[in-house]
Design a protein. Structure first.
Length: 406
C-alpha cells in the first residue's frame, strides 16, 4: 500500500512524466534512425515527425477531460495504458511499406499520452506550493528528456538483439509501470461536472485575464515563437550516417550520453533564481541551443557529431526546463482548471515544434545537412535578437520618461 501525501515532493514529477518521456524518446531517436536505415529518406522522416506534433497542438480538444470526472492521477494511468498499446502495435510497422499505418498508430499514441502529460501538469500546479513549482518543473523535464533519451538508448540496443514485436512489448510495459506512483498522491475527489457553458465562461474569463496582463501576454507570445524548440533532436539520428556514426554511436550519444546531458541541462534550471524574469531566461536558453548547432557545422566527422549533439541536448534540456517554468508562471493559482490551462499552453508551445521541424526538413531538402542545421539555429538567433531589440527600445523610452519627469 503506497503511503499518500497531500504535498508530493518535486522529484516525484520526474517519475510521473516518464510515459511521455519514453514515448517522445522513441519517436525522436530510435524511430528516425530505424526508418533511415530501412531506406526512408530524411525529408520524409522530417515530415512524419512534424505530423506527430499534431496531437500536442490539438490536445486542447480532449485534454481538459483530466479536470473532470476522475482524479488526475487516474487519467494519468489511463493515458499511459493507451500509449503503451499504441507503441506495442507500432514497432512491427517500422519499414518503408507501412509508413502511413505507422504514422496513424503513433498519432493515436500521441492522443493517449496527452492525458498523462496534462494530468502531470495539473497535479504540479494544484498539489505543489508556489516555491516548489519551479523545482518540480526542472525535475519534470529531467524525467521527460533524460528518461526519454535513456529509453531511446535501451530501445536501440534491444532492436539489435530482439525482434521488433518483443521490443515493443518491453517498451510498452516499461512505459506504464511508473505511473502507479501517482497513487501515492492524496488527491481530492473532483467536484460535480460543471455545465459546458459555465465552464467555457470561466475559462474565457481566465483567458482574457491572461491576455490583459502584459507579462503573461508576452509570455504566451514567446511560447508560440520559434525559440527553444529543440526540433533537430528528432533529426540528428537521421543525419548521423553523414558523420560516419554507427547505430552504437547513436545509441550512446543520442541515448545513454544524451539522457545524462538532457537531465543535467534540465537540472540547471534549479540553479536559476526564482525572481529572475522567466521570459529572459527562456530566450537565453534558446540562444545557447542555437550556438550548439554551430558546432555541428564545423566538419562532418564522428567526433564533431558526438560533441555537437551532446551540447545540443544539454542546452535543449535547459530550454525545456525554462519552458515548463514559463508555463507554470502564466497559469498562476488555478486549481480547478490547472490541467486544462497546462494543456492549452503546452499546445501553444507545440506549434513552433511542428513548424520548425518541418522547416528543418525543408532546409535539408534544399541544402542538405548544413541547410537543416542553419535553419534550426537561425530561428533561435532571430527570436533572441527580436527580444533584445524590444528590451532596448523599452529601456530607451524609460530613460526618456525619467528625464522628462526630472
Amino acid at each position: 500500500m503506497l503511503k499518500r501525501t497531500p504535498w508530493p515532493q518535486p522529484w516525484l514529477f520526474a517519475l510521473l512524466i516518464l510515459p511521455l518521456g519514453i514515448y517522445t524518446g522513441f519517436i525522436w531517436t530510435p524511430l528516425p534512425f530505424l526508418l533511415s536505415t530501412a531506406g526512408v529518406t530524411v525529408d520524409r522522416i522530417a515530415h512524419l515527425e512534424a505530423l506527430l506534433y499534431l496531437p500536442p497542438v490539438l490536445m486542447f480538444l480532449w485534454a481538459p477531460l483530466v479536470d473532470i470526472k476522475f482524479r488526475r492521477r487516474t487519467w494519468l494511468v489511463l493515458g499511459a495504458v493507451g500509449t503503451s498499446v499504441c507503441v506495442w502495435v507500432a514497432f512491427p510497422l517500422i519499414n518503408p511499406e507501412h509508413v502511413q499505418a505507422l504514422t496513424a498508430v503513433l498519432l493515436c499514441g500521441g492522443v493517449a499520452v496527452a492525458f498523462s502529460m496534462a494530468s502531470c501538469g495539473g497535479l504540479m500546479v494544484a498539489q505543489l506550493s508556489t516555491s516548489d513549482q519551479s523545482k518540480a518543473a526542472a525535475w519534470n523535464q529531467a524525467g521527460q528528456l533524460g528518461g526519454g533519451a535513456l529509453a531511446a538508448s535501451a530501445i536501440l540496443w534491444l532492436c539489435a538483439h530482439l525482434s521488433f514485436v518483443a521490443v515493443g512489448f518491453l517498451v510498452a510495459t516499461g512505459l506504464v509501470l511508473p505511473t502507479f506512483a501517482s497513487l501515492s498522491i492524496a488527491e481530492a475527489t473532483p467536484g460535480p461536472v460543471p455545465r459546458f457553458h459555465e465552464r467555457f465562461s470561466r475559462l474565457k474569463a481566465e483567458g482574457l485575464a491572461i491576455l490583459r496582463t502584459p507579462e503573461r501576454r508576452w509570455s504566451v507570445a514567446l511560447l508560440i515563437a520559434p525559440a527553444c524548440t529543440g526540433a533537430a533532436q528528432s533529426l540528428l539520428p537521421a543525419i548521423a550516417t553523414s558523420y560516419h556514426v554507427s547505430a552504437e554511436g547513436v545509441a550512446w550519444t543520442n541515448g545513454l550520453g544524451g539522457g545524462v546531458v538532457l537531465a543535467s541541462g534540465s537540472m540547471l534550471g534549479t540553479l536559476i533564481p526564482g525572481h529572475w524574469d522567466r521570459r529572459l531566461t527562456y530566450v537565453g536558453a534558446g540562444l545557447l541551443n542555437g550556438l550548439a548547432v554551430l558546432v555541428l557545422l564545423i566538419e562532418k566527422e564522428t567526433s564533431v557529431y558526438f560533441v555537437g549533439t551532446l551540447l545540443y541536448l544539454a542546452t535543449e534540456g535547459l530550454c525545456w526546463a525554462r519552458f515548463v517554468a514559463l508555463v507554470v508562471s502564466i497559469i498562476g493559482a488555478r486549481g480547478a482548471d490547472a490541467g486544462t490551462w497546462y494543456s492549452l499552453l503546452v499546445c501553444a508551445g507545440a506549434i513552433p515544434q511542428a513548424y520548425v521541424t518541418w522547416l528543418d526538413g525543408t532546409g535539408y531538402r534544399h541544402g542538405g545537412v548544413s541547410g537543416l542545421l542553419w535553419t534550426d539555429g537561425s530561428v533561435n538567433f532571430a527570436v533572441f535578437a527580436a527580444v533584445a531589440c524590444v528590451l532596448a527600445v523599452r529601456r530607451i523610452r524609460l530613460g526618456r520618461t525619467r528625464k522628462r519627469q526630472s
